[in-house]
Design a protein around this ligand. Structure first.
Ligand SMILES: C[S@@+](CC[C@H](N)C(=O)[O-])C[C@H]1O[C@@H](n2cnc3c(N)ncnc32)[C@H](O)[C@@H]1O
Ligand code: SF4
Ligand code: SF4
Ligand code: SF4
Length: 399
């Protein structure tokens, strides 16, 4: 085993306490298909012994005094509150002087006063999935908009910090202004949006086609590359006019970070990745939440330590491949410093020279980076001069 030093870099495990199970059936979901990995063999929920072992090992394996637990799924609120109370008791038992934070990603439909009181008391950061106003949201997430909004009101009432996680898909990609104005209207201060790009296999396989592999059929919910770029530009135009410094949009923050030569807060625009493996409920660790496929398994906690898997060569190679496998078109691209070829899960087309492993969304990203470049140049210059990037709002840029 070619393990590297556990002190080289931090890592975050995305936990699936209820496995891929969910109370909803969002049409574009990449995760519920993972139920086929279990095929009746159990392991649908993290059990107490595994939770304890994981908590101890995860804390011990960290290189920094701050430790982040990320509860994800499937739907993590399918586990009862008592499960999370046990989890926090274990965190306290094994903390060893470290500071521990928790964040949880949910569809929001199962939130109650009791959940929100708990999140407030324990300082959880809650990610809420919502795709925009009612028509956009309900189009692919079923008629759940009212329940999600009720969840957000509960979080607000209890003073829980939350951020919005939206997908950009065939139903909302044409409406960037409406999309962004909606989030502003509900008082959202932290917004993340991710393009849906999924492919089904031509055979009867229940699993979709992973990144790097060519072929398959793009799902109807997926975005068109160019339209994704137009969407990002449209949202940017709304944001840059009035909300810089008051609304934090992950894509724009990460873009500015790359412009300024600072590590971006999102893996997709980083030079290398592989620092956030996902652990399924049966204890199997996978390279990434978007690579939960048998061929990307790092092993199971029952047989290997977290340190061995998270700092091993396999995950390291997975993360480095993002850089080493850049296509010639990417290596020659003027936006490489900002884009880094984006996420490997979207790399399945040919570049202009015929090389495989190019990013399906390339055209959209190129459009987006060209569009925001003058604003990013301005904001970087403000940062360099010790002034606020928000000054971009009063500046005349691009005529
Ligand atoms: C798989 S869900 C798990 C947590 C929880 N059930 C929820 O919906 O927030 C995590 C996030 O992935 C997003 N998502 C689902 N399918 C996606 C896809 N194909 N591409 C991009 N994001 C997707 C969801 O909208 C959600 O924000
Ligand atoms: S709520 Fe989350 S896990 Fe459930 S189907 Fe929707 S995106 Fe997937
Ligand atoms: S494969 Fe994509 S989502 Fe996964 S860690 Fe790498 S950049 Fe992030
Ligand atoms: S914009 Fe396209 S060519 Fe340029 S780095 Fe991104 S994916 Fe590669």
């Amino acid at each position: 085993m070619n393990a590297i030093s556990p002190f080289a870099r931090p890592f975050y495990v995305m936990l699936k306490p209820a496995g891929p199970r969910c109370n909803l059936h969002c049409r574009y979901c990449y995760y519920t298909e993972k139920q086929s990995l279990y095929a009746g063999g159990g392991g649908e929920a993290i059990d107490d012994a595994m939770l304890e072992s994981f908590t101890r090992q995860y804390i011990e394996a960290q290189t920094s005094p701050d430790v982040l637990f990320t509860w994800h799924g499937g739907e993590p609120l399918l586990r009862p509150l008592s499960f999370y109370r046990r989890a926090l008791a274990l965190q306290r038992r094994y903390a060893g002087g470290r500071h521990i934070d928790n964040c949880l990603q949910t569809n929001g439909t199962l939130l109650t006063d009791e959940w929100c009181r708990f999140f407030s008391d324990e300082g959880f950061l809650v990610g809420i999935s919502i795709d925009g106003p009612r028509e956009m949201h309900d189009a692919l997430r079923g008629p759940t908009f009212d329940r999600v909004m009720r969840g957000i009101e509960l979080l607000d009432r209890h003073g829980v910090e939350w951020n919005a996680m939206a997908t950009v898909n065939s139903a909302n990609v044409g409406h960037p202004q409406e999309f962004y104005r909606f989030f502003r209207s509900i008082g959202c201060r932290y917004l993340q949006f991710t393009p849906v790009v999924e492919r089904t296999r031509d055979d009867a396989s229940p699993l979709s086609v992973p990144g790097w592999e060519e072929g398959g059929r793009l799902t109807p919910e997926s975005v068109d590359a160019a339209r994704w770029g137009d969407f990002a530009c449209g949202v940017f135009d709304e944001w840059v006019r009035a909300d810089v410094g008051s609304v934090f949009v992950q894509l724009f923050d990460a873009t500015l970070a790359n412009w300024a030569g600072v590590a971006p807060g999102v893996c997709s625009l980083a030079g290398v990745c592989g620092q956030s493996p996902a652990m399924e409920a049966d204890g199997t660790l996978y390279c990434c939440d978007h690579f939960v496929f048998p061929q990307y398994s790092l092993g199971n906690m029952r047989h290997k330590s977290i340190t061995e898997m998270a700092y091993g060569q396999r995950l390291r190679d997975f993360g480095l491949r993002k850089h080493t496998a850049l296509t010639r078109q990417c290596r020659e691209c003027r936006w490489l410093f900002a884009c880094n070829g984006e996420c490997p899960r979207n790399r399945f087309v040919r570049d202009r020279y015929g090389n495989s492993g190019h990013n399906y969304l390339c055209e959209g990203y190129a459009r987006y980076f060209s569009h925001v470049a003058p604003y990013m140049d301005f904001m970087k210059a403000e940062l360099d001069a010790g002034r606020a990037p928000a000054n971009v709002m009063g500046a005349r840029i691009g005529g």
